[in-house]
Design a binder for this molecule. Structure first.
Ligand code: NAG
Ligand code: NAG
Ligand code: NAG
Ligand code: NAG
Ligand code: NAG
Length: 548
């Protein structure tokens, strides 16, 4: 069945209109409308088609930003409204493009946005985590792009980054990203209600520790909301047998808003009956959960779609009608902000590191691209021009191997270990800057220029001394690079990134770790959005174990 655009929903001139939609703010473990204190419960739909499979990994166009094309938003908004949608989740935004038309059209329809900050090529990689100046640049640009719109609730600083005990060290880097994006929003004087959260994978061995870790110690470093990608209620299940009851009990006293950042299991009865919808919004759950986001709007071959689209036409699947009929039944009875007493506070104790948890409560340093550039300029031994990421990694691995053997430690300033909580002051620099620091350190310890060969991979250059605050910062850090300081945040400027003067250290590749690009499947892991079909097996196993 086809819809036409709702009468009265005029998109003409939307870009100029200043929407009067009230922002949403967090108080305690709930969301509220800022204008009148009415509690806000998310009735969300994930809204991003799969990236074009023909795009090459590493290119910047491996995804289609769903909030750029006015015609697409105009086509889809009536469908979203007929599902009573008040939130869409987007997974990858292109900061280079204008979002005015779609954001204003969504605002006019009363629809809010929560967006991930990463992209398929730029994210914190669970197997080789890093929180560095390149990622900070990307994430801060997404914040800059969306912050002006009143109908943005906030951002996910990570999606399903840790999904097994052995990669939970990555959560230290995610939490550093949360800390730094919250600081960035304050520094830029953006609306204080803009929230930064995380969306977790439903792995039974790590989910509880992750949820505690993200709200432990300092409130300034903690998430503002918790998203749970949950596929536990499949087919004709029930509150008790699905796992929803247990999860609800676990989150009863969680200090910040928690909601389902993805739900809608496709196992079992097809089309999906969405019998969990009335339960999620009932008194059983709605005091603990601020609603949920159904995965997902577009059908892209993984059977999670609610509609199929082609050009200007949309055809609803039976899942859509089922969800719609369930959503019509929903009435959430919330509390008014003025009557709501906050009884839980953040600042829990962090899980201790050991066999079940690998993220230290000490977090990595804040990325500062200016400091990295000064450091790079001060070096006398650097990689030769155009050295590939693979070769950069080889050199780093060689130098790291020397440290591991106890022969010579030339990596202390760039070494990073989220389990030990040990981070060199320059560990937040990009891969090329990090390897250069280590090569220079090695050469200085072994006779200078003559030790800068690295089998043709190293070259000598004249040092340019740092000046101003860089100089002060570099002397506090020291030659060994091991005194971490708070140098503040600085994104890469285009100039330094392009390395146009030939001496710049920007690497043109979008590396997100020294090994980025080495391991494609991991490097592009962004959770169920892209890998829905592939993660299904894992999800199924999880469900099975929970139901036992
Ligand atoms: C509060 O404002 C929101 C947004 O305009 C509106 O949807 C809601 O109905 C209002 N609440 C009450 C109690 O009027
Ligand atoms: C945005 O534009 C810059 C400069 O042209 C480019 O380097 C970058 O890759 C673009 N980003 C995206 C996400 O397309
Ligand atoms: C982590 O554990 C998974 C199984 O849960 C295994 O497949 C993977 O190889 C392990 N990774 C590392 C780095 O040990
Ligand atoms: C981090 O430190 C732990 C404990 O010393 C060690 O087992 C692990 O291999 C280190 N990880 C990396 C990536 O170096
Ligand atoms: C809740 C709901 O509307 N369920 C319907 C989903 O679709 C199937 C197949 O058409 C119907 O039988 C269900 O009643």
């Amino acid at each position: 069945m086809k819809y036409s655009v709702l009468a009265g929903l005029s998109l003409v001139g939307a870009a100029l209109a200043k929407s009067s939609i009230p922002s949403i703010e967090v108080k305690g473990k709930k969301f509220f409308y800022s204008n009148n204190g009415t509690e806000f419960s998310i009735r969300g739909v994930a809204y991003q088609a799969n990236y074009d499979g023909t795009a090459q990994s590493g290119s910047s166009d491996s995804y289609v930003d769903p909030l750029v094309d006015a015609a697409t938003c105009e086509r889809d908004i009536p469908y979203l409204l007929s599902l009573r949608t008040n939130v869409v989740r987007t997974y990858a935004i292109n900061p280079n493009q204008s979002h005015d038309d779609c954001m204003n059209a969504l605002a006019d329809a009363g629809i809010y946005v929560i967006s991930d900050l990463s992209s398929p090529d730029e994210s914190i990689v669970s197997s080789d985590p890093s929180w560095n100046a390149e990622l900070f640049t990307r994430y801060s640009q997404v914040v800059d792009t969306l912050a002006p719109y009143p109908n943005v609730i906030g951002f996910f600083a990570g999606n399903e980054v840790a999904d097994a005990v052995n990669n939970t060290a990555s959560m230290a880097y995610v939490k550093a990203a949360v800390r730094d994006l919250k600081t960035y929003i304050k520094d830029k004087n953006y609306r204080s209600s803009l929230a930064v959260g995380y969306a977790t994978d439903d792995n039974q061995y790590v989910r509880e520790a992750i949820s505690n870790y993200l709200v432990c110690d300092n409130a300034e470093d903690s998430i503002d909301f918790f998203g749970y990608n949950i596929y536990e209620f499949c087919g004709d299940s029930s509150y008790a047998s699905s796992g929803y009851k247990d999860r609800t009990e676990e989150f009863a006293d969680y200090p910040v808003p928690a909601f389902f950042s993805e739900y809608g299991c496709v196992e079992g009865t097809k089309p999906r009956p969405f019998d969990d919808v009335p339960i999620l919004y009932s008194d059983k759950m709605n005091d603990v959960w601020s609603g949920g986001i159904v995965y997902m709007y577009f059908e892209v071959g993984n059977h999670y779609g609610l509609v199929s689209t082609s050009g200007s036409s949309v055809s609803k699947k039976q899942d859509f009608d089922n969800l719609s009929s369930q959503m019509q039944k929903v009435t959430v009875t919330g509390v008014n902000s003025a009557d709501y007493k906050v009884t839980t506070t953040v600042g829990r104790s962090c899980p201790t590191t050991g066999p079940d948890w690998m993220a230290n409560s000490k977090l990595p340093p804040s990325p500062n691209s200016d400091l990295c550039e000064c450091m790079y300029q001060s070096l006398e031994c650097i990689p030769v021009d155009g050295l590939s990421e693979k070769k950069i990694k080889e050199v780093y691995d060689y130098l790291y191997g020397l440290k591991a053997k106890g022969t010579i430690d030339a990596v202390s300033g760039v070494y990073s270990n989220g389990t030990e909580g040990v981070y060199g002051a320059y560990s937040m620099c990009n891969a090329k800057q990090r390897v250069a620091w280590a090569m220079d350190r090695y050469a200085k310890k072994n006779g200078g220029a003559s030790a800068c060969g690295f089998q043709g991979k190293g070259t000598s250059k004249a040092a340019t001394s740092a000046s101003g605050s860089c100089s002060t910062q570099m002397s506090s850090i020291g030659a060994a690079g091991s005194n971490t300081i708070n140098a503040g945040l600085a994104a890469s400027s285009g100039a330094a990134d392009g390395g146009s003067n030939g001496g710049g250290s920007g690497s043109s590749a979008t590396s997100s770790g020294i090994a980025a690009g080495m391991n494609q499947p991991q490097a592009v892991h962004v959770g169920a959005w892209q890998l829905g079909a592939y993660t299904l097996a894992a999800i199924g196993t999880g469900v099975f174990m929970i139901m036992l």
